[in-house]
Ligand binder design. Structure first.
Ligand code: SAM
Ligand code: SF4
Length: 515
């Protein structure tokens, strides 16, 4: 391994990429890296300012010569006596981005990140509790420390922390920190208590109107930067734990969002994804009171930003102005994730989704009438209590009507603190699984047909990975389509390239670089 630690040492399994990374806002790679391999290689060309150096660690790669753009700045072992942390994330993009901010808070306090929990002084799990399985996974992970936690601080963050609260100390007495995402602003204070020898500390308040702002965010993804614009949720879907685990809706001031977008552009990012559980419910709390659409247009106008995505949109707050903005603003990506959950009005009512099938389809019509094609994706739950065969059939016909490019499909999972938990008429697990399989097969056929139609089209692709064994590059179009392609060029990571589609498939499409 020693050769990998010295700058300039040659190695075939590490690529060095040069990206412009700011030293103040996004933690400088060199301040974080303990033993990061650095090997001179071809630089990412073109749009990047070449101000910083970013290396792809061998340990981040799927195979020896594969590469993808992730932040490698994790020390592998303690060398100077500073405290170290390990942070594992479960769940959605919002959790992933919260973890980037938690890492920033820790790095700002002088901790080092390590990738092996056994080597960490502080082991944190940023958790999800949206479905029962996600929660079980976290408890299994905590169980691993039952007899070996000696001397380590074990902490549980996020949705499961909020849901279970101090119960976690009962189930896993070796845990010292329990902090829900609505209380993350208290993290520095909680860490200070632990550092001073505190045995058990909690942050479980939900009654906050603050959002989680950090001075430093450790960016894990060097292609796509996330900005949370709204936290929590004011809806009360009968199956969902989020209002309980993430608290009430709080939007960030538009000035803070734009300032962050400008810093990211200055750091070399060209793609930004705006995040929120109901991102399009955004309401600017500052005096200028921007609407969601005004914010979208302003982020897209930040010099250097070429792509702006946003997720997740709630159908109730999805207005025609969003489609107009996409039509008129090339930097707004032509992809909308609009979870429908069910195609049956009866089930939508029981889920408290606040729209009907017809109203939802009206919004799909607006998008289908747009000047540029908009890719539409969705979330669907099958087996909600009382869902009949006829209700399920309504969901299948909705798939046929919308022709989604992708769906995320789930069997209903009863959750604590939700009104659906005690509903009668539970659908048996076996039937739920059967419906899920039928749904997925129907959607698979739709995706094959949709992707087949793209053969011959050319897309602009932002390249984010290389698979040496397959001799392929991978990236995303503005419509968020995953495209694998071949090229005669050597290094394309981080570049925008033109790719002609040569074949469709159910989950991704294949093509060739148009030089
Ligand atoms: N805010 C988004 C919306 O309103 O569509 C959804 C956010 S939720 C974190 C992501 C997805 O998880 C939901 O769209 C839903 O399909 C799924 N989900 C939430 N609760 C669930 C449950 N109890 N059982 C199964 N799936 C669930
Ligand atoms: Fe959960 Fe409904 Fe809020 Fe989405 S809108 S986070 S599904 S309660």
């Amino acid at each position: 391994m020693s050769g990998l630690n010295s700058p300039g040492a040659a190695s075939s399994n590490v690529l060095e990429l040069k990206l412009s990374m700011s030293r103040t806002f996004d933690v400088g790679i060199e301040t974080l890296a303990g033993q990061v391999a650095v090997v001179p290689a071809a630089a990412v060309a073109g749009r990047h300012g070449h101000l910083g150096t970013f290396t792809v660690r061998a340990s981040n790669l799927a195979s020896a010569s594969d590469a993808k753009l992730t932040n490698p700045a994790i020390a592998s072992e303690s060398s100077d006596g500073t405290k170290s942390f390990y942070l594992e994330t479960f769940g959605c993009q919002m959790n992933a981005h919260d973890s980037e901010k938690v890492s920033g808070v820790l790095l700002g306090r002088g901790y080092r990140a390590v990738e092996n929990p056994a080597q960490a002084d502080l082991v944190l799990y940023n958790t999800c509790s949206i479905r029962e399985k996600a929660a079980q996974k976290v408890f299994a992970r905590l169980g691993d420390w039952k007899t070996v936690a000696n001397g380590k601080i074990i902490g549980v963050l996020g949705c499961l922390a909020q849901q279970e609260g101090e119960e976690i100390f009962e189930r896993a007495p070796w845990v010292s920190l329990v902090c829900g995402s609505a209380s993350y602003r208290k993290l520095p204070e909680l860490l200070a208590q632990l550092e001073a020898g505190g045995r058990r500390v909690t942050g479980l308040d939900l009654d906050t109107d603050e959002t989680f702002e950090t001075e430093i965010t450790r960016r894990d993804n060097l292609i796509r930067a996330y900005i949370t614009i709204i936290e929590g949720c004011d809806y009360s879907c009968s199956y969902c734990v989020v209002p309980h685990t993430r608290g009430p809706e709080r939007s960030r001031a538009s000035e803070a969002v734009i300032a962050e977008a400008e810093r990211l552009a200055g750091a070399g990012y060209t793609e930004i994804q705006l995040l929120g559980q109901t991102v399009n419910s955004y309401r600017d709390p500052s005096a200028r009171k921007w609407s969601f659409v005004e914010l979208l247009r302003a982020v897209a106008a930040v010099p250097g930003i070429r792509r702006v995505r946003f997720t997740t949109s709630h159908p109730n707050d999805f207005h025609r102005e969003i489609v107009h903005a996409i039509d008129e603003t090339p930097a707004l990506c032509d992809h909308v994730h609009l979870p429908v959950q069910s195609g049956s009005d009866r089930v939508l009512r029981a889920m408290r989704r606040t729209y009907t099938r017809e109203e939802y389809l009206q919004k799909i019509e607006w998008m289908r009438a747009a000047k540029r094609p908009i890719s539409i994706t969705s979330d669907i739950i099958v087996g909600f209590p009382g869902e009949t065969e006829a209700d399920f059939e309504d969901t299948l016909t909705l798939l046929d009507a919308v022709q989604y490019d992708t769906i995320f499909s789930f069997t209903y999972s009863p959750r604590p603190n939700t009104s659906a938990k005690d509903m009668l008429d539970a659908v048996p697990e076996e039937e739920k699984s059967k419906r899920l399989a039928v749904l997925n097969e129907r959607q698979r056929q739709i995706q094959i047909a949709n992707n087949e139609k793209l053969v011959g089209e050319t897309f602009e692709v932002l390249v984010d990975a290389h698979h040496a064994a397959r001799g392929q590059w991978t990236g995303r179009s503005t419509s968020n389509r995953l495209i694998n392609f071949t090229s005669t060029r050597a290094i394309l990571l981080g570049e925008y390239v033109s790719v002609r589609v040569t074949r469709g498939g159910p989950n991704c499409i294949g093509g060739e670089h148009v030089l």
